[in-house]
Design a binder for this molecule. Structure first.
Ligand SMILES: [Zn+2]
Length: 354
């Protein structure tokens, strides 16, 4: 199943050198458009690759499905999630899913075998209110600040691993402050001589499937929002709904070793088409692929864009036409390999015969 999402994030037109929804090809061959990287390029490359294969009379041994889905950018609940749970999807009997990856600034294409799960954490502190001039312990603001300091240190320790080149973006826990909410409003702003009785902070956390999720939850409960400091926390429903782990606690990742023939087929196909594939990575954010991995299916995130700055969701998103055209060749090779693959049982019979 060659999967793609057709929705895009909004664009601030005045920050672009060309109109984001015109698909502008400039004089040096750059295709400027919202979605040129994320991920209309891929959907169109699938179509063109299939058209060319048909033109040459290629006969697939398997069905090849091209799927164009909505709503990825808003969580995919009415898109990939419902589709993955539908009878229509079940009826396809899918063996392998290809979904989006990311551009690569160097010559190696990137492939993703899992992704981090978003945890949206809100920490709330309560404490006795007091006069703005008074120094006392356990105010809501003071306790929330202690948490933020501790979270900031943890963030720095994770970031240091990336800066030192020891880990990739997708392999660490990222945590970023998304909002702060506290203070007693006044007609002109906030009351200044009052320490409020409640304070809240929200964080976007991304947890790799290889991380110890339980110990992170313990850290939140015991260190970042301890009840003995009159603090509480809640984790957004996203965390419960689709985590990086299956029901038995195993990380939801697609194998990239010899146990997964689809991985080797992809590696060979890319190489045969003249491309270079980098080391498989964990996707730093979320994609629709997680809904298919959730069902136990192998899913690989792959968008053939080498020598390209990462501009998804950015101003002036573009893809050079040469990279785009090269990507079509890459997909021709992949589709040919995938659609020709027949799984054999130990006695040589195909899986269907068995
Ligand atoms: Zn996307």
């Amino acid at each position: 199943m060659l999967y793609s999402h057709t929705d895009v994030v909004p664009a601030e037109h005045d920050k672009w050198v060309h109109h984001p929804f015109e698909g502008h090809l400039d004089s040096v061959g750059r295709i400027y458009a919202r979605g040129s990287q994320d991920m209309k390029c891929v959907g169109m490359q699938y179509l063109e690759a299939v058209r060319r294969l048909k033109g040459w009379g290629f006969q697939p041994k398997r069905n090849v499905y091209l799927v164009f889905a909505p709503d990825e950018e808003i969580g995919g609940h009415d898109g990939a999630e419902k589709f993955s749970l539908s009878e229509v999807f079940q009826g396809l009997n899918v063996g392998i899913v290809l979904d989006e990856g990311l551009a690569s600034p160097d010559e190696h294409y990137r492939a993703f075998y899992g992704e981090r799960s978003p945890w949206w954490l809100v920490i709330k502190a309560v404490g006795a209110p007091g006069h703005g001039s008074k120094l006392y312990d356990n105010s809501a603001m003071e306790n929330l600040l202690k948490s933020i300091e501790s979270i900031r240190r943890y963030r720095a320790s994770q970031f240091d691993l990336i800066k030192a080149g020891l880990k990739a973006d997708g392999d660490v826990v990222s945590i970023n402050l998304a909002f702060l909410k506290a203070g007693t409003p006044s007609p002109t702003g906030f009351v200044m001589n009052l320490q409020p009785s409640e304070a809240e902070a929200g964080f976007d956390i991304r947890v790799p499937p290889t991380a110890d999720a339980e110990s992170l939850e313990r850290r939140i409960a015991e260190e970042w929002a301890p009840s003995w400091r009159n603090m509480s926390f809640r984790l957004g429903q996203f965390k419960q709904k689709v985590s990086g782990h299956d029901a038995s606690g195993k990380p939801l990742v697609t194998k990239t070793d010899s146990s997964n023939p689809w991985w080797a087929l992809l590696e060979n196909a890319v190489q045969e088409a003249g491309g270079k594939l980098g080391k498989p990575e964990i996707f730093p954010a979320s994609t629709d692929a997680r809904y298919f991995r959730n069902l136990g299916l192998p899913a690989i995130g792959f968008s053939p864009m080498a020598n390209t700055p990462i501009l998804l969701h950015d101003h002036n998103e573009y893809l050079h036409k040469d990279e785009y055209l090269k990507g079509i060749k890459i997909y021709e090779s992949i589709i040919k390999a995938y659609a020709s693959f027949v799984e054999h049982g130990s006695d040589g019979r195909t899986k269907d015969e068995l």
